[in-house]
Design a binder for this molecule. Structure first.
Ligand code: PLP
Length: 459
């Protein structure tokens, strides 16, 4: 290990990372990543690694794009910042128009934020504001799903439904209700697919009725539950849920922080993949391919028309950020979209996505693999050491061991506990998919063999 790597790791131990375990502070030895190009990053010891998670589902156009760097540089030299309150810039205005043009239906209004959490938080605050303005002050409750992830602000974390994250933090439980994830693995063996779909939709309707429709403001759903483990709902789920929402005057917020910007082969997945035009879409991550942080909320004309009631008084949406519509981020967003269009990255994902899924399915023959699922360029290989999957320590064990072996062979996985989740940069080729899946196979098999040798698991 070079001394500079050791030095960085030592300094890094002063820094609290997301989801850090405080017992572990000062004792971490994280891999230091210091450059990237295309689907690869290089660590500080000179190893080239395929970026399996695409950063965190976000480096969509790939690493090291010079034209992106130039566009960002040029904007900084021209104007790094101005206040979005009473002023504006060309890039922010143009990017909002470009997003509206890509968005489904009448989602023509864009509110810029600093990332995904602030997009979800702002969207939920907008829903509260909308109902307050309409005089429906009781209509506040939010329905979300188990295993959903929507962010790390108070409200966006409250709507998240990952049980294992509901630990020592507090949440807005008086406002938020969770229904089961539409996870095909939860379908009882005797139930047909269509019965399971009916049950998932009934979970939403029953929850609305239980709370009282007059009190339910919004249903928030990721099209694919991403960090919950790439959960692909049964076909028709989103359409049916939207119908239920319409029936009870409940808004539909589609959280596309992961699924937009090509991940599923379209700029937005809500309509093009799932056939729905929601009331609100939140996006971030691939919005700028992570070159500069940014998020956005897209809101429908239908909702904004409701503010044409001067008799209801002022309608000031007192919510926003110093960096809303940041011109440098907006330029990155415009350049990102330009690259995606010019290089036909959505078409490319529609071509290689099914190939990735096919290749991942071949891993089902590994004894420790309990499920393989995915869509587009999102995939998940779930490993299980216990019968009921209820032992967290065992789950971490298999995930960490697979991760270590994959990295030593040139692939970053960084599993979600026991789930190896892949969302590589969209520019990935078939050959690179083959390499990625081959390494994953070896890594999981080596981890499994170790567990057998250590007596933790028996085939
Ligand atoms: N929504 C979804 C679906 C996400 O996956 C994430 C992050 O992973 C967020 C919101 C929060 O985004 P951010 O981490 O940019 O705040």
């Amino acid at each position: 290990m070079s001394s500079s790597t050791a030095k960085i790791q030592e300094q890094d131990n002063q820094y609290i990372h997301p989801w850090d375990n405080m017992h572990q502070l000062g004792r971490n030895t994280r891999t230091v990543v210091d450059r990237g190009e295309g689907v690869y990053v290089h660590d500080s010891n000179g190893n080239r690694l395929i970026d399996g998670p695409g950063g965190m589902w976000c480096v969509n156009i790939g690493h090291g794009r010079e034209e992106m760097a130039r566009a960002i540089y040029d904007q900084i030299m021209q104007l790094a910042y101005t206040s979005p309150w009473s002023l504006t810039t060309g890039p922010a205005a143009q990017f909002s128009q470009a997003l509206a043009a890509e968005a489904p239906g009448d989602l023509n209004h864009v509110f810029f934020t600093t990332g995904g959490s602030t997009a979800v938080d702002s969207a939920l605050r907008f829903v509260q504001f909308y109902n307050n303005y309409r005089g429906k002050r009781e209509k506040k409750h939010i329905i979300a799903r188990d295993k959903g992830y929507h962010g790390s602000t108070y409200l966006s974390a409250s709507v998240s439904g990952k049980e294992r994250d509901k630990n020592l933090l507090d949440f807005a439980d008086h406002l938020v209700h969770h229904i089961p994830a539409p996870h095909p693995l939860l379908k009882p063996a005797a139930m047909s697919d269509s019965e399971f779909l009916d049950q998932c939709v009934a979970d939403l309707e029953n929850k609305i009725l239980e709370i009282g429709a007059e009190k339910v403001a919004v249903f928030v759903a990721e099209p694919i539950l991403a960090s919950g483990g790439v959960i692909v709902p049964p076909e028709g789920y989103h359409k049916r849920c939207l119908e239920v929402c319409r029936k009870y005057d409940v808004l539909y917020l589609s959280d596309e922080v992961v699924t937009s910007f090509g991940r599923l082969g379209y700029v937005f997945a809500s309509e093009d993949v799932f056939g729905i035009v929601p009331d609100i879409i939140t996006t971030a991550k691939g919005l700028t391919s992570a070159y500069i942080p940014m998020g956005a909320v897209l809101i429908s004309d239908r909702l904004l028309k409701q503010f044409d009631l001067p008799e209801n008084g002022a309608a000031v949406f007192s919510n926003g950020f110093t960096y809303s519509g940041h011109p440098v981020a907006a330029v990155a967003g415009l350049k990102n979209l330009e690259i995606m269009k010019r290089e036909k990255l959505c078409e490319h994902v529609r071509d290689v996505g099914p190939y990735l899924q096919e290749q991942l399915q071949t891993l089902r023959d590994i004894a420790i693999v309990s499920d393989v699922r995915g869509i587009g360029l999102m995939g998940c290989v779930e490993c299980q050491l216990t019968q009921d999957g209820e032992d967290l320590a065992m789950d971490y064990e298999i995930g960490n061991r697979s991760d270590k072996h994959c990295q030593s062979m040139g692939l970053i996985v960084r599993p979600l506990i026991n789930m190896c989740v892949l969302s590589p940069p969209l520019v990935i080729t078939r050959d690179q998919i083959d390499q990625m899946v081959a390494i994953l196979r070896k890594g999981v098999e080596m981890a499994m063999q170790e567990c057998i040798d250590d007596g933790i698991w028996k085939p």
